[in-house]
Design a protein around this ligand. Structure first.
Ligand SMILES: *Cc1c(COP(=O)(O)O)cnc(C)c1O
Length: 378
């Protein structure tokens, strides 16, 4: 089954009892037992809920894993995955991971004795060098935020496997429509489904898919024990979002290519970051491991002042954090998503004060380009 078909026919389709073509929203917490201890597959909705299960089956199919799990947010999903590890374990992470992931590792899990080191995984030799005797996992984000850095997932997973590490990939930016880390050798893939999977800026959710059954058992045990589950209505919203993920990503891609073409030729823009550009670092890797380059672009203008002017004068780009929805969004990482990172560290990472990030939406590309052009020349 091709991806667009899988998005619509994967998982559990419709309702057997009534013929309803959409999976019903089972807004329920508990289930009648036929005899004590004899239930019909569901006993309590933290453990399992039919609507959530339908979503979990769907994301499992799309990511080509053995089991899927839905959580109340991307961070709840990552929290559950990190609970696989023990006090004294060490985790390696991409250095410019999502800010919330950085915070979780350095301000929460550190208190439980789980140690984290952040390295530039876009260069594979850095991974090998950073592995210690207690390293248990490699956590990759590719492409990253906001510089769209690319890590060779298959190469990284190979190194991790040879040292007995699990490979975890945050696939939020690429989406399961363009990239499937489990087929590249990763063990666990995570999503902030709040972004492209939901796609309409109306739900906060997280998803996890594992490659093997045993890991699936462990994650289910943690999901049920710690309880960060996604509710039935939000599960249904994600299934609704997933049905159009394919056409949405194709359109995001088309719009983005036109916008990147415009940005690279604008005199006031010194640099454009987009994995689809031939000169983007690791462009060849991105081309090999993903079927598309996505709808996120960053570009540099001369100063913070100019950047502020641009974001305040656009009409169709909403000034907001987050990404991946039908409406175009614009932000200044140094002042917004990455403001909590010290200025020195931002400089090291290459995040200048004049860097602008856009999440290209599904508006007409010509309108978006005119809008950017007008605000750049303002
Ligand atoms: C938003 C985001 C997260 C966190 O997800 P929430 O749903 O906001 O909890 C994690 N990783 C990436 C790459 C994100 O963009």
């Amino acid at each position: 089954m091709k991806k667009k078909t899988q998005l619509i026919h994967g998982g559990i389709v419709g309702d057997e009892h009534t013929g309803a073509v959409s999976v019903p929203i089972y807004q329920v917490s508990t289930y009648k037992q036929d005899k004590p201890g004899h239930h019909r597959g569901y006993e309590y909705s933290r453990t399992g809920n039919p609507t959530r299960y339908a979503l979990e089956e769907l994301i499992k199919d799309i990511e080509e894993g053995s089991r899927g799990f839905a959580f109340g947010s991307g961070m709840a999903a990552l929290t559950a995955v990190m609970m696989l590890f023990n006090k004294g374990d060490h985790i390696l992470l991409t250095d410019d991971v999502y800010g919330g992931s950085f915070r979780l590792m350095t301000k929460v899990f550190n208190r439980f004795g789980i140690e984290a080191t952040f390295i530039d995984t876009s260069n594979l030799t850095n991974i090998e060098k950073a592995i210690k005797s207690n390293t248990k996992a490699l956590f990759i984000e590719s492409p990253t935020n906001p510089l769209l850095k690319i890590t060779n997932i298959a190469g990284a997973a190979k190194i991790a496997k040879s040292k007995g590490l699990l490979t975890l990939v945050d696939n939020t930016f690429s989406t399961p429509y363009w990239q499937n880390p489990l087929t590249l050798g990763a063990d666990i893939v995570l999503h902030s489904a709040t972004k492209y999977i939901g796609g309409h800026s109306d739900v906060v959710a997280g998803l996890v898919v594992v490659k093997d059954e045993k890991l699936g058992e462990s994650i289910h045990f943690i999901q049920n024990s710690t309880g960060g589950v996604l509710g039935p209505h939000d599960s249904w919203l994600l299934m609704r979002g997933l049905k159009t993920l394919g056409i949405r990503m194709e359109e995001h891609e088309k719009n983005t290519h036109q916008i990147v073409e415009f940005l690279t030729h604008h005199k006031d823009i010194s640099k454009v970051y987009y994995p689809g550009l031939k000169k983007h670092a690791n462009h060849e890797v991105a081309k090999r491991q993903s079927r598309g380059f996505g709808g996120m672009v960053s570009f540099e203008v001369e100063s913070a002042e100019k950047a502020k002017k641009v974001v305040q004068n656009v009409k169709y780009f909403t000034l907001a954090e987050s990404l991946g929805a039908v409406e175009s969004l614009i932000s200044i990482p140094a002042l917004m998503t990455h403001a909590s990172i010290p200025a020195v560290r931002r400089k090291e990472l290459g995040i200048s004060d004049g860097l602008i990030r856009i999440s290209v939406g599904l508006e007409d590309a010509e309108d978006l380009i005119n809008d950017l052009n007008h605000s750049l020349n303002y």
